[in-house]
Ligand binder design. Structure first.
Ligand code: SF4
Length: 422
């Protein structure tokens, strides 16, 4: 979501005639796009802001500092006090252009909540081959730990016509792999007239001529429907990859998180999706050390990972986010214990991911070649439909092609492969 927002911010700058430069010391404007989902990235924003302030004092007194994104939305005053000239929240990028036209005025552009996100903002994409397309902004779920609904406001679905126009336009300029984005894509359409829902939208995007691969993120387990699994199984462009955040394996913890499902329900979704979609890869998000998580609760998460065998997982320690319900919950799990649980879970998951990829050695995958491999001369790299990395010997003429590649050696991160004779 943030990467897509950065593409909009870059598009606005480009439209104003700005060009990127290498060092903040040479810049007229420095823009930080920020994430508030955990404490660490938010702390990093403050330290980057401190660095930019030092550069301004020492060598670039006219530098204008802009902070955008979720931290801008939830810590506006603090950022202004610490030297940010323009602070812009994720619902207000349509106002950024005007703010950047007069760099002598500081301002806070952070009307949040239900402010509609504007259509038609310019965009500067970093790659032609893959594109992110927003379908729904904000989130209405208010999971106990999560700052996102506070930072990104209420849900707002984009009109199917606007989404399809953007998909056609990126496909016309070479995109072969599109990811539909939303905090919860399964909520798509509930606020629109008519009966469009997410599986229905997927069917319409799938029909866009020239599109090869269709993905989405993120799907909330409490709202994932049989229709979505059926659409993934049937649609030729729908990739065999499901990202489904589990967050915890203990029902007691899931209940306190306000996630709206049990482990049993989550497991039944994964089983149904795997049964309907051969070769499906399943990835997840999880946190350890949620307030009140006991050793027994954590064991439930370990057992869930052993049972479900995810292809990949984004694993984090819980951190308090200001203003959330979980911030006020106790008892807090001590930092060392959270770290111990995280290490244990990461070791288990790394082993599982490696085993899965080793077991698939010898299989042939369709790979969309994206770039030369930065670490091995004469090799290129790309992604399979399951969103796994494949590195194989080949030249740059292959970039942008979809080629069959045999997985030769499996690792935690993917495979070394070789071109398959066709
Ligand atoms: S579904 Fe829950 S975790 Fe996801 S963005 Fe919304 S509130 Fe946060």
């Amino acid at each position: 979501m943030n990467e897509r927002d950065s593409e909009t911010i870059a598009g606005i700058c480009e439209q104003l005639g700005m060009v990127p430069c290498e060092r903040p010391a040479d810049a007229d404007v420095a823009i930080l796009n920020t994430c508030a989902v955990r404490e660490k990235p938010q702390e990093r924003v403050l330290s980057r802001l401190g660095e930019l302030n030092r550069i301004r004092r020492r060598s670039n007194p006219d530098l204008v500092i802009v902070v955008a994104g979720c931290v801008a939305q939830i810590a506006t005053d603090e950022l202004r006090e610490r030297g940010a000239d323009i602070v812009v929240g994720p619902r207000c990028y349509d106002m950024l252009q005007e703010a950047l036209e007069d760099l002598t005025r500081g301002c806070s552009l952070t009307e949040g909540g239900a402010r509609p996100v504007a259509e038609g903002l310019p965009v500067c994409r970093t790659t032609n081959l893959k594109a992110y397309v927003n379908i729904i902004y904000g989130c209405d779920n208010f999971c106990a730990y999560c700052i996102v609904p506070h930072a990104r406001g209420r849900e707002q679905s984009r009109k199917p016509t606007d989404i399809l126009a953007e998909v056609r336009s990126v496909v016309a300029t070479g995109a072969r792999d599109i990811t539909l984005l939303g905090q919860n894509v399964n909520s798509y359409g509930h606020d629109l007239p008519g009966s469009i829902d997410f599986p229905g939208l997927m069917r319409r995007v799938d029909a866009v001529e020239g599109l090869d691969r269709l993905r989405f993120t993120t799907s909330h387990p409490k709202d994932m429907s049989d229709e979505l699994i059926a659409a993934m199984a049937e649609l030729p462009t729908a990739c065999e990859h499901l990202h489904l955040p589990i967050q915890a394996g203990s029902d007691a913890v899931l209940e306190r998180m306000g996630r709206g499902y049990t482990y049993e329900h989550f497991r039944s979704l994964v089983e149904a999706a795997r049964a309907a979609i051969p070769g499906l890869s399943v990835t997840t998000d999880v946190m350890v050390g949620f307030p009140g998580e006991t050793p027994t609760d954590f064991d439930c998460t370990m057992r869930a990972f052993e049972e479900l065998r995810f292809d990949q997982a984004f694993m984090f320690k819980y951190s308090d986010r200001p203003g959330t319900r979980a911030e006020r919950m106790g008892p807090k799990v001590p930092e060392e214990e959270k770290q111990r649980r995280l290490v244990e879970l990461v070791e288990l998951q790394n082993e599982i991911a490696r085993e899965i990829n080793v077991a698939l050695e010898g299989e042939v995958f369709e790979v969309l070649v994206e770039e030369p491999d930065p670490k091995s001369e004469g090799h290129v790299r790309g992604r399979t439909r399951q969103n796994k990395l494949m590195i194989f010997p080949g030249g740059e003429h292959l970039i942008g092609e979809i080629v069959p590649i045999r997985a030769v050696r499996g690792y935690l991160w993917g495979w070394i492969g070789e071109a398959e004779e066709v």
